[in-house]
Ligand binder design. Structure first.
Ligand SMILES: Nc1nc2c(ncn2[C@@H]2O[C@H](COP(=O)(O)OP(=O)(O)OP(=O)(O)O)[C@@H](O)[C@H]2O)c(=O)[nH]1
Ligand SMILES: [Mg+2]
Length: 197
């Protein structure tokens, strides 16, 4: 993928009207701190297009990054951050649900899971939500650099079983640090654009 242009075009909060974009969208969902914004930066080969932080709960809005004059990468708010009040969490949940349900241009949803941990209850809920809205989630197992190579298959199996993923589900091991997996994620996105998936 040749990135000629990558720009934050729209930011939507809980009271925002969602944009009606002219280009297809792919969205990235996952727990707070799992690495969604870092993944977007890796995909577009920029250090800080999407804001990242060691403080969880950084992305509290739906951020639409336009790539070339062609497509959008969509950064969804992270869930499961304990310090956020329940009322806020519900509002974000509704925002994500509204987007998954309402976007006419959304073509695929990637669900990010930290490769070090077994998926949690919220991950399972998110997985089901994505499915209920008619998408087959593609899993990205993040922070690959944090585990030993010998552990990778075992951890992937934990994710597969923990989410009870549908047969044939793609799980891509990924590291924003080493950039391993960038090509694989783009390959999935490009296959989608070409109508191969
Ligand atoms: N070692 C390592 N650290 C990572 C990786 N991806 C993200 N991080 C770190 O994890 C922290 C959170 O990353 P973000 O990309 O901000 O996570 P997020 O999912 O966007 O988080 P929210 O916006 O809070 O939902 C940052 O300190 C990143 O540097 C990775 O692949 N490897
Ligand atoms: Mg973020």
């Amino acid at each position: 993928m040749v990135i000629k242009q990558a720009e934050l075009e729209a930011v939507c909060g809980i009271t925002s009207k969602l944009p009606e974009n002219a280009y297809p969208e792919v969205a990235f969902a996952g727990k707070s701190n799992v690495g969604k914004s870092s993944l977007i930066n890796s995909l577009v080969n920029r250090k800080a297009l999407a804001r990242t932080s060691s403080q969880p709960g950084k992305t509290q809005t739906i951020n639409f990054y336009r790539i070339n004059q062609a497509e959008y990468l969509v950064d969804l708010p992270g869930y499961g951050y304990a310090k956020v009040p329940q009322s806020e969490k519900e509002k974000w949940g509704k925002l994500i649900e509204r987007y998954l349900h309402g976007s006419k241009q959304l073509k695929a949803v990637f669900l990010l899971i930290d490769i070090r941990h077994e998926p949690g209850k919220n991950d399972a809920i998110m997985y089901d939500w994505i499915c209920q809205n008619g998408f087959a989630p593609i899993i990205i197992a993040t922070k690959l650099d944090k585990i030993k190579r010998s552990q990778v298959q075992k951890q992937i199996k934990l994710i597969r079983e923990g989410l009870a993923v549908k047969p044939g589900t793609t799980i891509i091991p990924f590291s924003a640090q080493t950039k391993q997996g960038v090509e694989e994620v783009w390959a999935v996105i490009e296959a989608l654009w070409n109508g191969e998936l």
